[in-house]
Design a protein. Structure first.
Length: 308
């Protein structure tokens, strides 16, 4: 009987070895112990199937995640090329751009060491992106379009994974939205600050943080509705990537404070001199007096320091 248990353990790998050891330990303890061992082995046979399904799902998005790391490593390397950095600068900017957002997310969640530091493929892929940017300038229109489309897909994927990881760690809706956006745009913010530039997500450029917010919100809504994780993450990725590409194509931008002040000055300049601002009744009465030729009571001129 011990030989049979050992043979089963040798054929089933590590799990079988544990089972064989348990059989050898329970040889003299009767049928009840053997029945308990049989039920435990049955549950152990069911567990790897569910783990395999989750692993298959996570591996799919891990490929997308590593593709995003490679792409953002290339983008960081292109910034280093524009700034005329050496190879060290290429590598540093590539790592910051590719892994900065994910490291910030994992540190804020406090769910163990950052994933980008525990998986050796992430840093290696970021360095590979820096090496590609060192040799390939990406100046053609086809390469530019490829970078735009790939960056949009990565944006949607990272925002969705950031929100999903926040929800899986028991955080609420607002933290999930925050961490989703931070995962998508955190690396580019750190990169821009490192080279002494204003972060591009703060204004004056195409929409970037808003598509990330849309992707994270879609992920949160799908999870709250009870959809499977794969369907929720796919829908969130499509929403984020589609919004980002549409904003790039239509040149959508959020208004900045200078635009508001300029419109305010233009409205003041276009306003008729002598018309007193107020309610609509005041505006109608003033217009009627102007048409009738009646004198308009003007505002009192403020005192100047020279008049005192």
């Amino acid at each position: 009987m011990a030989d049979a248990g050992a043979a089963a353990g040798a054929g089933a790998g590590p799990l079988g070895a544990v089972a064989a050891g348990a059989v050898a330990g329970l040889l003299g303890q009767g049928p009840a112990a053997c029945g308990a061992l049989a039920s435990a082995s049955t549950s152990a046979d069911v567990l790897p199937a569910s783990i395999a399904d989750a692993t298959t799902l996570s591996q799919t998005f891990r490929v997308l995640d590593l593709s995003g790391v490679l792409l953002n490593g290339i983008l960081g390397g292109l910034i280093a090329r524009r700034m005329n950095f050496d190879m060290v600068g290429f590598v540093v900017l590539a790592i910051l751009t590719a892994t900065g957002g994910g490291i910030l997310r994992d540190v804020m969640i406090q769910a163990g060491p950052p994933f980008a530091l525990t998986d050796p493929y992430y840093l290696g892929t970021a360095c590979a992106g820096a090496l590609i940017a060192w040799f390939v300038p990406f100046t053609s229109s086809l390469a530019h379009r490829f970078l735009v489309v790939a960056d949009a897909v990565v944006l949607g994927t990272w925002a969705a994974t950031g929100a999903a990881k926040a929800l899986s760690n028991g955080l609420g809706v607002m933290p999930a939205l925050l961490l989703g956006c931070l995962t998508a745009v955190g690396g580019s913010m750190i990169r821009d600050v490192s080279v002494g530039e204003r972060p591009s997500v703060f204004g004056g450029n195409k929409l970037y943080a808003v598509p990330a917010l849309c992707s994270a919100a879609t992920e949160v809504a799908m999870v709250r509705l009870g959809l499977p994780d794969g369907a929720a993450m796919l829908a969130a990725t499509l929403v984020g990537a589609g919004t980002c590409l549409l904003a790039y194509w239509r040149s959508w931008r959020l208004p900045v404070i200078s635009d508001r002040e300029r419109r305010r000055v233009q409205r003041r300049a276009a306003r008729t001199p002598g018309v007193v601002r107020g309610s609509w009744r005041t505006l109608v009465m003033t217009t009627s007096r102007l048409s009738a030729g009646a004198p308009v009571r003007r505002r009192r001129k403020p005192l100047d320091p020279e008049d005192l």
